[in-house]
Design a protein around this ligand. Structure first.
Ligand code: HEC
Length: 143
């Protein structure tokens, strides 16, 4: 008795190969190294930051004895391994401490883009989402 193999044509082989190569990339999701905010968004964020956050966290984001730094090793020490969604929620529901949640979601996303830029994560061609659910799967990681 002969086994019957269905014929696979070249196009199908290309398709299967492409899917096999792409699958790990798709399932890994986005990372901070992929350029997940735009330069333009970060510069809007810089303006909002200057008017709404710098009074406590300082113009250079390094904070002071009352407010934590939003940049560099001390910031990554707190946030590494947590998610971008958690950081977005923290900012957008608790900051500024004297008027929590008083900015628009778009403004919080722009400020987060500015914080990522200040921490030397690369920019790209799509804006950072202004929605905690969409940011939840993205891990904060320095590599
Ligand atoms: C009136 C002072 C004040 C202003 C204005 C302010 N913050 Fe804060 N922020 C604090 C203090 C104090 C903390 C530490 C206590 C806490 O985590 O709730 C903090 C904590 C944070 C944290 C958590 C940092 C960490 O490592 O735990 C983030 C992120 C943050 N602020 C972002 C912002 C952003 C963005 C703005 C502007 C929209 C802002 N803050 C405005 C005082 C302020």
């Amino acid at each position: 008795m002969f086994l019957h193999f269905p014929t696979i044509n070249k196009a199908q082989i290309y398709l299967i190969t492409a899917l096999t190569l792409l699958y790990p990339k798709l399932s890994m999701g986005q990372s901070l190294q992929d350029g997940i905010y735009t330069e333009e968004q970060a510069s809007r964020g810089a303006e909002e930051y200057a008017s709404r956050c710098a009074s406590c966290h300082s113009a250079d984001l390094r904070g002071n004895s009352n407010s934590p730094s939003l940049i560099g090793l001390s910031f990554m020490f707190i946030w590494e391994g947590r998610s971008l969604g958690e950081l977005f929620t923290k900012m957008s529901t608790e900051m500024p401490t004297d008027q929590p949640g008083s900015l628009s979601q778009q403004s919080y996303a722009a400020i987060l883009a500015f914080i990522l830029q200040s921490n030397e994560f690369p920019s790209g061609s799509t804006e950072l989402a202004s929605n905690a659910d969409r940011l939840e799967p993205i891990p904060i990681s320095s590599q």
